[in-house]
Write a protein that binds this ligand. Structure first.
Ligand SMILES: [Mn+2]
Length: 237
């Protein structure tokens, strides 16, 4: 089965449209959306597109936080959703398991199998990766959450693949980041007109849209700087 893994769209409709156009050309059999469609400017449009595409959904920390109206941004996001959209999002599971040829049993979750907000970076030690994945009943765990692509193979636990972020990446290059799974892991970067997208995103009433997306989609946030930031956060400093 050829699978597209799309994570962390964050309401960035122009990025999602570009990625879905490429997904169509890729002839994938299934698209898995790994959470954090919400918390961003054009959530409803993104939900509608992904549903029309026939995607399978996994819940992320942002779905949980938006549904709870946890802070100002989340409350704004919640206010944008219809009652049927809220109902739909609330049904998303924490994980989806698929058999992918060549990769085996593949577990799709938002951050780690035990948490929708645990942070694992390129600098996280093998021992800490092993602890986070211990007990996961799969050959490979596909996640997102940090918005930085990575692949880790630590002996004794499932392989770990971070598909990156479609809408709010920290990769030091412009574009939308995702992955194709088919016998192996193919990391993807889809180009789109990020300057035009920034105009569109900034015009929405999502609090802070202009500043939140500006550096990310222009490729001005490197994986190294994001990783260093997340690693500090992970260690509770
Ligand atoms: Mn996210």
């Amino acid at each position: 089965m050829r699978v597209a893994a799309l994570y962390d769209v964050h309401g960035n409709l122009p990025a999602l449209e570009a990625v879905l156009a490429e997904v169509e050309r890729e002839k994938v059999e299934l698209t898995v959306v790994g959470g954090d469609v919400l918390w961003g400017p054009f959530q409803s449009d993104c939900l509608e597109l992904l549903r029309a595409h026939g995607a399978l959904f996994v819940s992320g920390n942002c779905e949980r936080e938006v549904l709870a109206g946890a802070d100002e941004s989340s409350a704004w996001c919640l206010g944008q959703l219809s009652s049927s959209e809220r109902e739909f999002v609330s049904t998303w599971p924490a994980e989806v398991e698929l058999e992918v040829e060549g990769l085996g049993r593949s577990l799709f979750c938002h951050a780690t199998p035990r948490s929708d907000e645990e942070i694992l970076t390129r600098l996280t030690s093998d021992a800490d990766i092993a602890a986070a994945l211990e007990g996961a009943d799969a050959d490979i765990v596909v996640c997102g959450h940090t918005h930085v692509q990575q692949e880790r193979r630590v002996p004794g636990v499932p392989a770990l693949v971070n598909a990156g972020s479609v809408g709010l990446p920290y990769q030091g290059r412009p574009g939308a980041f995702w992955a194709v799974l088919d016998g192996g892991v193919e990391f993807r970067r889809t180009e789109y007109d990020f300057a035009q997208a920034l105009d569109v995103l900034s015009a929405s009433a999502f609090p802070g849209a202009g500043t939140i997306f500006r550096d990310s989609i222009a490729g001005a946030v490197t994986a190294e700087s994001a990783t260093a930031y997340f690693e500090t956060k992970r260690r509770g400093a």
